[in-house]
Design a protein around this ligand. Structure first.
Ligand code: TYD
Length: 135
């Protein structure tokens, strides 16, 4: 599946709204890991890498932030600011997270357990790898 915003179910209720995520339904993979990013000081960025194998699904549970993606050729920017939208990020996509609002909370579902060897942290090396794949 390509990069895309996925609408999650929204159950409106006077007592408070509810949304949910089911693996292999709203996210197109089995969830092996969940982590969240919080208490981001103003002006800080997260990410700045790609994954060889990991697919991710990112939700702004609270507040807002931008997910800046690069596929080796072009940049795509997604502003996440609703808890019922998720961004599906395929493997081998360079990502950065910027412009975190105060008290924002980023939930990330991942298709793999944490593995530092899955990271590509050098952008030039990443672009080289994507060029090799296109040939
Ligand atoms: P990292 O993915 O590099 O964060 P970011 O790219 O957003 O700056 O992770 C930061 C640190 O947290 C790094 O030391 C590895 C650790 N970490 C885990 O131990 N498990 C995880 O699932 C994640 C995502 C990170």
């Amino acid at each position: 599946m390509e990069t895309k915003i996925i609408n999650l179910p929204k159950i409106f209720d006077q007592r408070g709204n509810l949304s949910f995520i089911e693996e292999e339904n709203h996210v197109p993979f089995k969830v092996k890991r969940t982590f969240w990013i919080y208490d981001v000081p103003g002006g800080e960025n997260r990410g700045g890498h790609a994954f060889r194998d990991t697919e991710e699904f990112i939700v702004a549970l609270s507040g807002s932030f931008d997910v800046v993606l690069h596929d080796g050729e072009k940049e795509l920017v997604f502003q996440l600011n609703r808890s019922y939208y998720g961004l599906y990020v395929p493997k081998m996509m360079w990502r950065e997270m910027r412009n975190f609002s105060t008290n924002s909370l980023a939930l990330v579902l991942a298709s793999t357990p944490y593995n530092p060897d899955d990271y590509i942290r050098d952008f030039e090396g990443y672009k080289e790898l994507t060029r090799c794949k296109q040939v």
